[in-house]
Each structure stands twice: as C-alpha cells, then as structure tokens.
Design a protein around this ligand. Sequence first.
Ligand code: MAN
Length: 351
Amino acid sequence: MFPSVSRTLMIRPEDVKPSRDDLTVVGTFNPGVAKLEDEVVLLVRIAERPREQRDGYCGLPRWKPEHGIVIDWIPENEIERIDPRIIRKKQDGLMRLTFTSHLRVALSKDGRTVDQWHDQRFLPGSEWEEYGVEDPRITQIGDTFYITYVAVSRHGVATALASTKDFKSFVRHGIVFCPENKDVVLFSERIEGQYVALHRPNAAAPFSAPEMWIARSPDLIHWGSHSPLVGGAAAWEGDRVGAGTPPIRTERGWLAFYHGSERSAIPGKVGTYSAGTLLLDLTDPSRVLHRSRQPVFGPETDFERNGFVPNVVFPTGIVERDDVIHIYYGAADTCTAVAEISTGEVLASLR
Ligand code: MAN
C-alpha cells in the first residue's frame, strides 16, 4: 500500500438529480477522466433504479427504442438474485441488471471538487446498450478524446467506442470488442504505427482465466494481434483482473493502475476490489516491466467499504498535475473519489 495516498470523496448519488422523476440515483461512480484546457473533465457513470418498490415484484429498467427507459415488473418468485447488481430470470435464464446506467459530464478546476455539471446526458442509444452504458475510460489522442465504454444488453457485455473534442457532442463508433469483454483502455500514442489497447475477455467463461490482454489496431475500430498480458496471480486478484486507468507515459515505461478482485467464498457476495500498478515497456507494451505484488490501495475508508457493492476500489481515470498522480475511482459502486500520490513515490515503488 502507498503510505501517503490521500483519498477525497468527490461525488455522491445525492449530488445528482435523477434523469426522470420515477427513477432514483444509486451510483455516481467509475468515471472516465481527461484534462481539457486547465480543467479536469469527468464522464461519470450514473446508475439509476426505479423509485417505486412494489411488494412481491422486482422492477428492472431497460432502454427501448422510441420509448427511452421502461420498467419491467417481474414477480420475485420468477427471478433469482445473483448479487445486488444482477438477477436471472428462472424461466429462460435471461440476466438483467437491477439498475440502468448513463454518463454525464462534470467539470472540476482543482480536480477534487465538482464546479459544474453539463445538462446533457450520454444515454443508451442502441440495441446493444439496452441495459445501460457504463465505466467509460478516456484517452486523448491528438486533439480528440476517445471514450471506450461498456455496452450492456441481452446480447452480453461488450465495449463500444465514442469520441469527442469538447465533451458536448459525441460521435458513436459502435462496438469494438464483442461480448464478453470490458475494461478496455487505449494508449495515447500509436506504437510502431499501431493503436494499442488493453482489454479483458470475461474470466467467468469455463476455460478463461482472469486475464488482461493487449491488442493492436490500424484505426481504433478493427482490433487484432491479441495476446495475453497478465493474469490474476495473487489471491487479491484471483477472481477478476482488468485494466483500470488508461496507461500514462512515464520515464520508466507506460504506467497503468488496474483492478483485481478476490474470490468470495460466500455466494451472492462480491469479493474485495483493490488497485495495483503495472509498468509496460515504452516501445513494446506487451513486455511487462513491473507489477505490484500487493494492492497499492484498497478499500479502507467508510465510503469505500460501504455502499451498493461494499469493499470496492475501482480505478478508471488518471491525471498527472504538478508531480502528483490523481487516480479517479469508483468507491463501493456508489461514489466517485480521487486518490493522490506523488509521482516520485509511484515511480519508486516500481523497482
Ligand atoms: C458487473 C459489474 C456491474 C455492471 C455489470 C455489467 O456485474 O461491473 O457494475 O453493471 O457487470 O457490466
């Protein structure tokens, strides 16, 4: 653990108005983050669920073309609750989320407090976003910000790409990694002429291990040259391991913070999520130069230990300012927080 990491709670669900009167905000977390002029921009995942509770029923939101969000009321005895986030319909095995997510832009001058929210929302907009858009990661390449985000639907959990120059209008480029794949982060430069991404095929499939992969592309849309990069080696990352923040260039190599979760022995309970560091070679990022053996920070404070999913630290954004690395992360699948560590301390830990 970094001894001097300072953590600040930045955004709570009660800070944000729901997108509709019949919904309630349960999460403002897992933000994509970028520097825009002298401000920090956060593209925050807003999770909402129906305000109404009906006895004996579970209200499941989904996006429907021409209607927007609709709520399906399913009798409790027809569903099985997997964990607080997910249910399975007994009849046909269909998985559903108990909430739906969209994205919203927040601006911050000091990187710790939100000064302004944009009114407009990045909402689900296609069949493969039926259950929501989640967990954006932002990488600036030239004068364009590229956003990889999770698109969830009955077709599975996929990763889509969008781009923007101003965070006011967005271009959607469709799915770039098909189900099941998420935690996709882009490198900020082409390496040997190719764009590079880290991605995470679903570790829950029978043959798959918890692993992060690396891939290359000529155009950010078509991805190939896939190879496994790192697997969940230690117990703290034995259940899931995936990219967290996009990698940043340092004098020592590409530095990225990733997440790992431990396997929980209790069914329906999600294992603790913590953050680790990864250092990749500057010219051949498929070469791992260093990896933290232990988490560099994990859930400790009240807002990381208690929430919609307890004991979660999930890094998604990174900004370096005045020799301090700011890591933006989701805390307990509920809030957005920022951890600050001096760049010197982070680099020293990578030896
Ligand atoms: C996991 C979690 C949830 C997310 C779903 C679908 O269960 O990461 O937060 O909503 O996957 O992506």
